[in-house]
Unconditional design. Sequence first.
Length: 223
Amino acid sequence: MSNGKKPKKPISKKVLSQQKELQRKRGVRELAKRFLIVCEDDKSAPHYFEALKKLFNLTATSIVVVGSGGHTQPSQVVKRAITRKAYAAEADSGTEPFDHIWCVIDGDYGTKINNARASATANGIEFAISTPCFEYWVLLHFEESAVPAIDCDAVIHTLKKKYSPEYDKGKCDFRPIVVNVHEATKRAAKLRKPDLALGTLPEDQNPCSEVYKLVNAILSAAK
């Protein structure tokens, strides 16, 4: 049954050519591979990645960042990623298919994350998990912290007390923070040490963040 909406027309070659010329004049870069980043939340993580796009001067079509729309369970985030992936691959979507799809999820969901892995793996979707939450990845932009956190509030408390007094999950200006992304990436990779006794998954290590893997994938595609 039709939903009453007219399908989008594919973007013409003329329009694509004009867009690329405008991008060239503005000095922005178009990645050879398209990324879809689906974030568990609709605040911190999406705002962070939008700031990262601006830092690397990437086009809006190179990296598409979306929130979960309030459906924050890991399986729901994966489902949203699968839906967006399928739509982009349709002939009448007016866009190009995605080459890389990532879900940015907080590690405090524990076993619920593992339950979503099978679906993600089957659909070529990767996880960028931060334990206990995305704010730990933000903290790594300022320091190499290996101190376990009780919960996300504890991480936010450290951020506000030591580095960003005005930090707010929904209103933070990440532009002055993302400039330290290379340092954060090195720290996260160094601190990510799976423990065979406790578990090898990122949600089993408090604290840790594997957002560095997503950032490295973006940087690799930007070369």
